[in-house]
Structures are given as C-alpha cells and as structure tokens.
Design a binder for this molecule. Sequence first.
Ligand code: MN3
Length: 238
Amino acid sequence: MITRRQALRITSLAAAACAVSSSRIAVAQGAVGSSGAGAFALPALPYGFDALEPHIDAQTMMIHHGKHHAAYVTNLNKAVADAPELKGKSVDDLLKDLNSVPEKVRTAVRNSGGGHFNHSLFWQMMKKGGGGEPSGDLGKAIDEAFGSYSGFKEKLSDAATKVFGSGWAWLVLDGKDLKIQSTPNQDSPISQGKKPLLGIDVWEHAYYLKYQNKRPDYIKAWFNVINWDFVRDRYSKA
Ligand code: MN3
C-alpha cells in the first residue's frame, strides 16, 4: 500500500520525468555533437511507469529512469564536453574502445557512458505482459547453449544473485556463442567485444523500494517482464 504522501511524490516525480522525456529527442543513444555538452539525451521510457507492476513498481521505475539514468546522461555530457576530440562519437563507439578515450575522462565515460548505454537497453528489454519462453532461432540457441530454458533461467539467476555489490548479469553473444556473464558497476559487455542481448540491473536502486534486501525475489519477478521480441530481434541482427 502506498500512502497519500508517497502518491503525491510519485505524481510530482512522474510530471518531472514526463517533462524531461518530452522536451528531449527520444533517441536511445545520441552522439557527441558539435556543442559537446548536451549531446546525449535521456530516451523516453517506452511504456508507462506502472507498466511493469506488480513485478517492478512504478515508484522504482520513475526514480530509476528519471533520476538515475538521467544522472548518467548528465555526467556523460559533462565528461565529453571536456574532451572535444570525442566529437561525433556515439556511446557505442566510446564504450567499444575505451582506450581511445582520453585518460582524463575515461573513468567518467566508462561509468556514465556505460550507465547510459546499459539503461537505454534495459528499458527496451522489458515490457508489460512480457516473460514466457523465447521462440524461434533464439529459443533453439538457448536450448543448445544451456540445455533448456529452465537451465538458462537458473544460470542467469545465479549470475545475477552472485554479483557482489552493484552490477549487471547478462546474456551475451560472444562471437557466435551465447554466454552468461556479469559485469561490475556500469561496465558493459560491449567494452569486451561482446553483444549484450539481455541484461538485468541488480544495483539496489533497481529493486530496493519493493524488495529491500531480497534480491533473489526481484530476479525471479523480473523474468515475468522480459521483452523476448526485443531480445530476439537483437539476436537475429547479430
Ligand atoms: Mn540502474
């Protein structure tokens, strides 16, 4: 149950987040433009804040998107403004070759660029009425790689549970192989030459309001919101 005060807070947060989303171009990733600062924009959430209820609550989604992801975008823009040589690069370009990013902004780009990239994908990896098992070529590939869908689910859940502190667990394409791995902080598999197909954010900000210390309960619930259409599409384009 939410109290009236929480409801009011949710309403004002929602208004603020909507203002942010509608006043910026709804591009997922952006690029470093001529002005440097402000080149990257927060993508609009592709559904309502309450779309993933009851598995992920509306207040968590509002703060996660409108505050946490927004902060990664702001800080990435600040970092690239300090490095004009990065002009024209997309966030993918930056993360794929972190060594080419000037040292003075490399850590900021790794953390905030990773945060922007990972979250831009994460919102699309979920949907209302998601979950179930993947079909088609991806379904077959998952069966081959992990024995079965339940084998996959168990392995990804295990990786997500075991992330120490903040990070992510992923289903990635490594060459032609499907693999499960985790990354610490906002590091992204794209920086390791892999293609992230599906990822779960296990930072406490992703689940703490509803699940507190019970990360395994959040992970279990999250499987009910996976957008397999999106994941299958990424797989087929690989
Ligand atoms: Mn997050």
